[in-house]
Ligand binder design. Structure first.
Ligand code: ZN
Length: 140
């Protein structure tokens, strides 16, 4: 599990620019709080190789996986609590539930730093959820 800002990061398939090579269809892990982004550990080695080859061939833009199957998504999801598909709102709800669970664990452990991280996280996530709800309200 990859942790950042007190809890697990969110999986997402996206584009990442690395050493001036733009790579598409990369499973990434991103932190919903500080927006830190890392390549999913399951493809890290493959990603580095692809970038290396692209640099040798002077290719500026490549695609890591031509097709992404549901099986891949299941595998990638194993490491993170949420994987962002089309339902971003649901992911935020999942993350809030998860953070609340962790917060009670942090309280039992008396881990003040972790509690603070989680409280900040919950603040950011609830603000984002509110935005979604307001957006829904206004598009009715
Ligand atoms: Zn973070």
């Amino acid at each position: 599990m990859s942790f950042c800002c007190g809890a697990s990061m969110i999986g997402v398939v996206g584009t990442l620019k690395h050493q001036s090579v733009k790579v598409h269809h990369v499973p990434l892990l991103c932190c919903p709080v500080c927006n830190n982004i890392v390549v999913h550990p399951a493809v890290k080695e493959e990603f580095d190789l692809v970038v290396e080859y692209a640099q040798e061939d002077r290719v500026k833009e490549i695609t890591l996986r031509e097709t992404i199957t549901p099986e891949m998504l299941v595998e990638w999801k194993e490491i993170c609590v949420s994987f962002q598909g089309d339902d971003a709102e649901n992911v935020i709800r999942e993350q809030i539930d998860h953070s609340l669970d962790l917060l009670s664990t942090a309280k039992i452990l008396n881990d003040i730093d972790w509690q603070d991280d989680l409280k900040t996280r919950l603040k950011v996530l609830s603000a984002r959820l509110k935005e979604f709800e307001q957006h829904k309200e206004s598009s009715k």
